[in-house]
Design a protein around this ligand. Sequence first.
Ligand code: 5RP
Length: 238
Amino acid sequence: MNNQEFSPQERAKQKAGYKAAEYVSNGMIIGLGTGSTVAFTMARLKERIETEGLSIHGVPTSIQTMIRATELGIPIIGLEQADKIDITIDGADQIDPKLRLIKGRGAAHVRERIIADASLHLIIVADSSKMYDTLSGPIPVEIIPFALSHVQKRLKKLGGKPNTREGVKKDGPVISDNGNIVLDYYPSERFDPIKLETEINMIPGVVSCGIFAEFASKTTVIIGDEEPKIITLLDLNQ
Ligand code: 5RP
């Protein structure tokens, strides 16, 4: 797509995605997140590989990202081949003022959490529509198929409504890259992100939910704008 054809939101995503690519330097291992914003980072990394000879390896967080990286010529390795991940660059669906996140619109949050956990730094790229005063539903939850009915009951007991996510151009539920079912959970009231994340992740059969409350101290958020806005917890505590 030509730059002129971008909507203001796509342009903001591009600005954020490109800015994040500036943090990448030779020899780094980069966690490659999933979604439309990090796709811009990957496009910029491809340009830097071609024009500057940038030498990096990427660890993809989804099948979609693995395919995209391969098409772009970004060398990829498996998590087991990475001694460490220097930086992961990923998108988010919601970001609160304490840099806690909701992720998983693309049902990639399980691998995204693993890669974020394995990384020294996490850069979140987004447009300003992702900034929220407080996190709210839907919260994606990945579940082992055997446990679906049990997890649904447990989530109802926590208060709120679990909706199994339906496939598009596929009958039945969305199946994640890990072969599991994904549902979207709508809490009935305002919640404490750390508490709810722990409660959901403790339900037997849940692989992981999309609340990411534990990475804030190593997170930098880049909000796309003409001059992208860069937010870290250090700035917020000043
Ligand atoms: C996928 C995700 C994405 O990172 C998140 O949905 C943001 O996507 P986009 O950049 O397309 O808005 O969590 O599971």
